[in-house]
Design a protein. Sequence first.
Length: 283
Amino acid sequence: MKHTAPAALIDSFAALVGPDIDEDDIDLTRAALMIARTGHPDLNVERYAARIDALAGRVEALISDLHPQRTIAALNRVLFDDAGMRGNREDYYDPRNSFLNDVLDRGVGIPITLSVVYMEVARRIGFSLAGVGMPGHFLLKHQESETGEILIDCFNRGDILSRQDCQSRLDEIYSGEMPLRPEFLHPISRRQILTRMLNNLKTVYLSTRDFRKALPIADLVLVIYPQSAEDIKQRALLRYSLALHRLAGEDLEEYLKISPSASDADEIRQMSLSIRRMQALMN
């Protein structure tokens, strides 16, 4: 599969999250920082990974064991009180909210990037947290047989949420139109977390019709899920919008190969044919 993002970025990201990497071996910190390289090509990944190591050291100094409530209180103190991290309510759709280095430098982010910092600090001290992909508002979950389920809202300074609180968050976002379903609070994988980060960033760029910045994001999604027909089609449309007609045509043909019976297959075939005709006239 041909990508349009720099080869070095694609290769580095693939080495962290490609299909041949086991889920448990995915380094979420460094993979998230690789996403930030789409906006900061010369980003020193190890420097920012060391920042997360240092935050973990400060948390570890405050606790004598991994009792859930005391550990969460220490995490909240270091990250939200001392480091001053908070949700960016003033400019939620600033793309910097999706870049982990900017979140660490500026102290503001969106739910998922603040959660990635929080869970990666927690992982370094041996405290297990899972990402929870609730629609519109990413959360973290600690699960233990003794304490049961603890849901943490990093956008709101590490608040502990009940399931009713989660419904209230959904009501705020979706105007009461979306009832909480059990699967909304299921843990999600590291690949799913990274894909959600990428899709958030792509949505920000598409909202401002910045197709040139959206395209490398689409490339990185396909590094994670190279056989995702829908993502191949989305990249084709981005490439077409940027007059990368030959590459767009290749993506459309790949889409049809993977999903020959898709509901829009005829429309895509016509688009692919038009591109081939246009290319023939240019040769």
